[in-house]
Ligand binder design. Structure first.
Ligand SMILES: Nc1ncnc2c1ncn2[C@@H]1O[C@H](COP(=O)(O)OP(=O)(O)OP(=O)(O)O)[C@@H](O)[C@H]1O
Ligand SMILES: C[C@@](O)(CCOP(=O)(O)O)CC(=O)O
Length: 494
């Protein structure tokens, strides 16, 4: 088998900053997930042809012919044998077209043609968490727990076409585009694996800008882009780029190529997003649940923005207050990492105590050193800020008449947050009925863990249909070059 270039990119959870992050004046707290999208590039042994396959789905094979006229690259869908019309995949085709066009621009004709001499076989695979696993758990007769999810074979077949799959909202298209763009830039030797060892780096900025551009083109709009940024850089405090910077590139037909090098490599013109470091505190864990009710994110966003425009004074006051709380949450969580670094034993001892207590007992019950009490105080502060953010998101929902944290989700979240060892949580991103996230202690002691308590709440909850995801926070900083044999199940899958 030919050498395979494998790149993975994480999914995302916008823990705080939904709606605000659309405006460059505010920021969002983004947690990247352990669940990843993989792009595997190998030789196809058909000159100038590209085949893209997503074996998790039925009828998910897209064939393309690369055409060169010395000035431009074209990537044309190729009809099947017997003249069968080529199926369309706008996201994949635009990622191929613009990444190849960029490679052609920077490498020149001869190296470009060489890199395509064997064609490209591209396989795309998403971790199971990107898709609802309820039906699979039921068919395997397994209870809805995180440990059951680990029994489902990796990259399981979804048994349906891509357009019919039930997604969980982790940002599949952003993670897919990022892995695909990065793997192609590596295949054409525009960047090297060593360029991706650090975060941030010039290579990651290039990947980000190119992936962001392709994703905006494919979606037909310039969104906030926090999902692409998470896929490239990992967990972060994200402040969006000025959409006007991308506008000149968006004006032409999506399928016509345009010079990208000057835009993507010039510090003046490139996107002005800000990525500040963020990570969850040690000995804690993010938990996610998919709530089977579903919301239409674009329609929620449209209504909230319309209300913001109509009631700008009231909205600005809320946006400012909410942004302060969002930033305070990030700061409290980052402070906890500092406290761990300075006083590891005291921190561990306190987490072991607090993990079996409900939040209202933390401050009074924390025993031991001053540093230990400081840790307990900081975790309680994080809890309070998280509850405050929920309250303000509910206020945004009430004022704009949009179910951002609808009462059904409020009852579910309240039931979770009152459990011993649960720090906080909320509705991720735009909110609605789709999902919840929680932050819980993950102590190093035996006994019932906060995670198990939450799983119990979810599995016995009747007012909503709740199913866990297995994702945790990814501590790897964003997109990553992988070794095929180190990803369980991936070699068999391709
Ligand atoms: N596994 C895949 N293989 C090929 N193309 C894919 C795959 N997943 C997504 N795509 C492409 O991306 C497009 C948009 O995908 P999707 O609607 O799942 O993105 P999303 O809105 O980012 O999803 P999410 O709910 O995970 O945030 C699809 O129509 C398809 O063109
Ligand atoms: C509402 C919004 O701020 C977040 C949407 O996030 P999600 O796709 O619901 O995770 C929109 C955006 O930032 O693209």
């Amino acid at each position: 088998m030919s050498h395979a270039t494998v790149v993975s990119s994480p999914g995302k959870v916008l823990a705080a900053g939904g709606y605000l992050v659309l405006d460059p004046a505010y920021s969002g707290v983004v947690i990247s997930t352990s669940s990843r999208f993989y792009a595997v590039v190998q030789d196809l042994r058909r000159v100038d042809e590209i085949q893209v396959r997503s074996p998790q789905f039925t009828d998910a094979v897209w064939n393309y012919q690369v055409l060169l006229n010395g000035v431009n690259v074209r990537v044309e869908p190729k009809n099947g044998k017997n003249g069968a019309i080529a199926p369309k995949n706008k996201f994949v085709q635009l990622a191929l077209l613009h990444t190849l066009s960029y490679c052609f621009e920077v490498k020149g004709l001869v190296p470009f043609v060489d890199s395509l001499a064997e064609g490209l076989d591209v396989v795309i695979a998403g971790d199971n968490d990107f898709y609802s696993q309820r039906a699979k758990l039921a068919s395997m007769n397994l209870p809805r727990t995180i440990s059951s999810l680990s029994k489902i074979p990796p990259f399981g077949s979804q048994g349906v076409a891509l357009s019919d799959v039930h997604k969980t909202g982790l940002g599949s298209s952003a993670a897919l585009i990022t892995s695909l763009v990065t793997s192609l830039l590596l295949h054409f030797s525009v960047i090297s694996p060593a360029d991706l060892t650090d975060t941030p780096s010039d290579a990651r900025t290039l990947v980000h800008n190119l992936a962001q551009f392709v994703h905006c083109l494919a979606q037909g709009k310039v969104g906030s882009g926090f999902d692409v940024s998470a896929a490239v850089f990992g967990s972060q405090i994200y402040t969006r780029f000025d959409p006007a910077r991308l506008q000149p590139l968006m004006e032409r037909d999506a399928f016509s190529t345009r010079p990208l090098k000057a835009f993507l490599s010039s510090a003046d013109q490139a996107l002005d997003h800000r990525v500040e470091p963020f990570k969850l505190p040690p000995l804690t864990r993010m938990m996610l649940a998919d709530v089977d009710a579903g919301s239409d994110t674009p329609s929620l966003v449209g209504k909230v923005l319309k209300w913001r425009k109509a009631q700008s004074a009231q909205a600005d006051a809320l946006w400012t207050a909410l942004n302060q709380s969002n930033q305070a949450l990030a700061k409290a969580l980052l402070n906890l990492s500092d406290l761990y670094a300075g006083h590891q034993t005291a921190y561990e001892d306190v987490v072991n105590q607090l993990a079996s207590l409900a939040h209202d007992q933390w401050v009074a019950s924390a025993q031991g050193s001053t540093e230990g009490r400081q840790v307990a105080q900081k975790f309680f502060e994080a809890h309070q800020i998280s509850e405050d953010i929920r309250a303000k998101m509910r206020e945004m929902g009430d004022l704009s008449e949009v179910p951002i944290e609808p009462s059904e989700q409020t009852a579910l979240l309240d039931a979770c947050v009152s459990q011993p060892g649960v720090i906080g949580g909320g509705v991720p991103g735009a909110g609605g009925y789709d999902a919840i996230w929680l932050l819980v202690f993950e102590p190093g002691v035996e006994g019932t863990s906060p995670l198990q308590r939450v799983e119990k709440v979810w599995s016995t909850y009747t007012a909503l249909d709740v199913s866990p995801l297995s994702s945790e926070e990814s501590v790897a900083k964003g997109a990553r070059v992988e070794r095929l044999e180190e990803i369980p199940g991936l070699r068999d899958f391709i």
